[in-house]
Design a protein around this ligand. Structure first.
Ligand code: PEP
Ligand code: MG
Length: 902
């Protein structure tokens, strides 16, 4: 039964049978050849063997039953259509055998040209070509070379050496100087190489050549470079390749022949016009090999006006049909134009926006479709300053591109030095092994941050992304020596004051200054371009598409911002509120001393004094933020990290105390501090006394913050602005935790709000798996949920967020356990499921529950689509990712046809 089904399966499609929508089955090349054939364009006739045949072959090592017969039948049709038989000695049909997967994998798989040539048909080919012996023998030697290398794994250099040898004997370096006799001699040499390496003669039987070439193309799907490329590009490994068998046309038959590539618009800038290259008297592989210089496509008008005009006509037709930039390969054989390939062309990020805008103007697509044609990753690329790397800049190290952008500056090793030099107007790069909250001022002052340890969610990475600052983390080739103020990399030693340049997109580190260009798209978002008078085509297109995304999206976009300046910038970038204001930085700098007093307090009175001193400072911070966010909601999270993070490191303190004791100094205060640090030391601080736990253990701490937030809101409201505070409790795992905090908070709020009209919401982060699983209960006590997907990922997977990415994720990625770090893009099946459960159960318990996300995933394009699907109300991300999230939220909405998936 199964065998019968396989026999009946259709594995081979004539070009006239397929169409562009059959890419899964026919691969991109095959589907588009079929489409062009059906459009009536001159495609050399042929057929496509499906990806299913390939998969069946790869699974069993044998051609599936029925394939050989189907190939024979289609070949017979092809021979009839062409009026020639494959390898006929008198008048041979020759074919090319070309790979073509669903997704383009340029140069990764195999192609064999001129199949059907042998010792006898080479003579027939010469006759076909008007007695052009040279051409016929050149085609034959190319077949043996490609076939030998591709099908029989003969080392390619052997053929190259023989070719060089022939040229040397002739006293030339140019292939074209070899005449027919030279090439006939080369064919003999190639056959000997073939025999030596394979132990058999070069196959003379055309059908055997064809079958072996098809097999080789199937197998090339699993060639090492193809496997690596797929991993890199995240192309699934199980798609298989189709094989296209196409009748040969020749661009190397003389000056009235040639080959070229063409783009219907400039794939670099998107500008309208004709772009491409042409090479007379050559085959496609010569262009790739760069044997001779191509000429601009426009030259073809002079060389062969008829073909040129025809080509322009075909290009216009293809663009109108595909409604997109097309790239095309063509060959002219003695004045006759043949279309060998087309596809929707790859393009730069800038071109993607410009072209989408143009196509809307031209009425080819609507704005919804324009949203499909661009994506957040492209927009993000356009927002970073870029290096002008035209000169010979070689990277000295490569770390993780943790926060994109390009920055050059003098190397400094401490936060204090960064601040000092920046105050003098010097651009600095702060280099650390890793950063901690103490480095914040230095990070703010620096143009970029470079660390030798840590992954994409390390402190340096998260904070830098939050600031939109360039950061390369985990550059482990750097041996950083902070006390000596230097780092070594390879044979170089870089000391304080030396200039380095870092690329936060690629993770590359350069010595010396690489010139940087600002982004005109950021200037637009910053508001320095009048949307009514935009003279830059790219900015015009971005404006248009973003306006449509905003009109279409259902998800609101907020920002994670902890300062007035960040809030203001995010607002200009389109943020509709703050989704996460982390309050921990408000405990740093000169406030550290107050925190120490808080921790060391021996009596309630001492603790109350310390908190009272912190209160006005916090209030001032919140006033600034509420003012900037006038009229928009601001979610303020109560303090989350363990308090000992605000104390000096244990080792350093112990040494200081020991030294001071030795000197006989009074160290009572330091000793008390040291005792406190020892007392608070935790093996697993991430799972320790932080978040709500801290609030429940240190009396008055959360109360002080709640009071500061509410007083700030009332003050701002009295000044005529509108403050919309939302107080968020971190790390809740049980509703009782939230209820306890809430009861105390509500009392304070009621007392402070008075008749000011200020309304304060109280909600919680959902970042502990237990909270997600008991969301129904927690929703009873929460007016909103904000998913902390950083911790939810950490605790859902049991992955320490500070360590694992640098430590072993490379192996997980290599093994395909996941295709992308779950800290970067939401793990839909696991962590995503927790989000889904919590959203559903939370809403079931409290229908008006507001749902948002404020983990790093809030600005990740794919995750934004997921949050749209789950039905959240908003995503919150760092200011620089706000436009990306707006765009992706719009794209998610048009993908689901605006339907509410809630
Ligand atoms: C989170 O855990 O996702 C979150 C936003 O909180 P933080 O990153 O501050 O732990
Ligand atoms: Mg968290």
């Amino acid at each position: 039964m199964a065998a019968q089904e396989t026999v009946d399966h259709k594995y081979v499609y004539d070009f006239a049978e397929g169409n562009k929508d059959l890419k899964d089955l026919l691969g991109g090349k095959g589907a588009n050849l079929a489409e062009m054939t059906n459009l009536g364009l001159p495609v050399p006739p042929g057929f496509t063997i499906t990806t299913e045949a390939c998969k069946a072959y790869l699974a069993t090592g044998e051609e599936p039953a029925g394939l050989a017969d189907q190939i024979a039948a289609h070949l017979a049709d092809l021979e009839r259509e062409m009026g020639r038989r494959l390898g006929d000695p008198a008048d041979p049909l020759l074919v090319s055998v070309r790979s073509g997967a669903k997704f383009s994998m340029p140069g990764m798989m195999e192609t064999v040209l001129n199949v059907g040539l042998n010792d006898r048909s080479v003579v027939g080919l010469s006759a076909q070509a008007g007695g052009n012996d040279r051409f016929a023998w050149d085609s034959y030697r190319r077949l043996i070379q490609m076939f030998g290398k591709t099908v029989c794994e003969v080392p390619g250099e052997q053929f190259e050496h023989a070719l060089d040898e022939a040229k040397r004997a002739k006293g030339t370096t140019n292939d074209l100087d070899l005449d027919a006799d030279d090439l006939r001699g080369l064919v003999d040499a190639y056959k000997k190489i073939f025999l030596t390496h394979t132990g058999r003669e070069f196959p003379q039987e055309p059908r055997e050549q064809l079958d072996l070439a098809i097999r080789a193309v199937f197998e090339s799907w699993n060639a090492e470079r193809a496997v690596l490329y797929r991993r890199q590009e995240r192309i699934p490994a199980d798609l298989g390749t189709a094989v296209n068998v196409v009748s040969m046309v020749f661009g190397n038959l003389g000056p009235d022949s040639g080959t070229g590539v063409a783009f219907t618009r400039d794939p670099g800038s998107g500008a309208q016009g004709i772009y491409g290259d042409y090479l007379a008297n050559a085959q496609g592989e010569d262009v790739v090999a760069g044997i001779r210089n191509t000429v601009p496509l426009q030259e073809l008008e002079r060389l062969d006006k008829k073909s040129y005009e025809q080509l322009l006509d075909f290009m216009a037709r293809l663009e109108g049909h595909y409604k997109d930039l097309c790239d095309i390969e063509f060959t002219i054989e003695r004045g006759k134009l043949w279309m060998l390939q087309t596809r929707v062309g790859k393009r730069t990020a800038a071109a993607a926006f410009v072209i989408a805008g143009q196509l809307v103007d031209e009425g080819l697509i609507d704005l919804d479709e324009a949203l499909h044609r661009v994506n957040g990753a492209q927009l993000a690329q356009l927002m970073f300053p870029r290096f002008q790397l035209d000169h010979e800049f070689q990277p000295v190290a490569k770390g993780i591109g943790a926060s994109p952008g390009a920055a050059s500056g003098k190397v400094v090793f401490t936060s204090a030095r960064a601040v000092e030099l920046a105050a003098e107007g010097t651009a600095v790069i702060l280099v650390r092994r890793e950063t901690n909250p103490d480095d914040l001022n230095g990070m703010i002052a620096a143009k970029g941050i470079l660390t030798s340890r840590g992954g994409k969610t390390s402190h340096a990475a998260v904070v830098a992304r939050g600031m939109g600052k360039t950061c390369v983390s985990g550059a482990d080739e750097l041996d950083v020596n902070i006390p000596a103020k230097k780092f070594a990399v390879g044979e170089h030693v870089v000391t304080e004051g030396d200039i380095v340049s870092i690329d936060g997109t690629t993770g590359k580190v350069y010595l010396g200054e690489v010139p940087v260009m600002p982004s005109e798209v950021v200037q637009y978002f910053e508001g320095s371009v009048d949307p009514e008078h935009i003279d830059n085509a790219l900015v015009r297109a971005v404006h248009r598409i973003m306006t449509h995304a905003d009109a279409t999206r259902r998800l609101a976009v907020r920002t994670n911002a902890d300062t007035g300046a960040d809030a203001a910038r995010a607002r200009r970038f389109g943020a509709e509120g703050i989704g996460l204001c982390r309050t921990e930085h408000m405990f740093l700098g000169d406030r550290r001393e107050l925190v120490e007093r808080l921790i060391l307090a021996r009596t309630d009175g001492e603790r109350a004094d310390a908190l009272a001193a912190l209160l006005p400072l916090q209030r001032a911070d919140f006033i600034e933020i509420f003012r900037e966010m006038d009229g928009l909601p601001v979610t303020v999270r109560l303090i989350d990290p363990p308090l000992h993070e605000f104390l000096p490191p244990l080792e350093q303190l112990a040494v200081n105390v020991a030294v001071a004791q030795e000197r006989g100094e009074d160290v009572a205060k330091e000793e008390a501090l040291l005792a406190a640090v020892r007392r608070m030391h935790e093996e697993n601080p991430m799972l320790g006394l932080r978040g709500v736990r801290l609030g429940l253990v240190i009396p008055g701490l959360f109360a002080m913050q709640v009071r500061a937030i509410t007083e700030a809101a009332v003050a701002v409201t009295r000044d005529g602005a509108v403050a919309k505070p939302e107080i968020m409790v971190p790390l809740v795992g049980a509703v009782q935790e939230l209820e306890t905090v809430r009861a105390e908070a509500e009392k304070i709020i009621a007392e402070v709000v008075g008749d000011s009209g200020v309304e304060v919401l109280i909600g919680t982060m959902i970042e502990v798996p237990r909270a997600a699983l008991t969301a129904g209960q927690i929703a009873e006590a929460a007016q909103f949920f904000s998913f902390g997907t950083n911790d939810l990922t950490q605790m859902g997977w049991g992955f320490s967020r500070d360590d694992v990415e640098g430590a072993f994720f490379w192996r997980y990625l290599e093994l395909g356990i996941f295709g992308i770090s779950p800290f970067e893009s939401i793990d839909r099946d696991g962590v995503g499921r927790l989000v889904r459960i919590a959203a559903e159960e939370g809403r079931a318990a409290r229908p008006e529950l507001k749902l948002g996300v404020c983990g790093e995933h809030g600005g990740d394009p794919d995750s934004v689509h997921f949050f749209h699907e789950v039905g959240l109300d908003y995503v919150s991300c760092s200011p620089f990712r706000v436009p990306v999230a707006r765009l992706e939220a719009g794209r998610a909405a048009v993908e689901t046809d605006g339907s509410d998936s809630r």
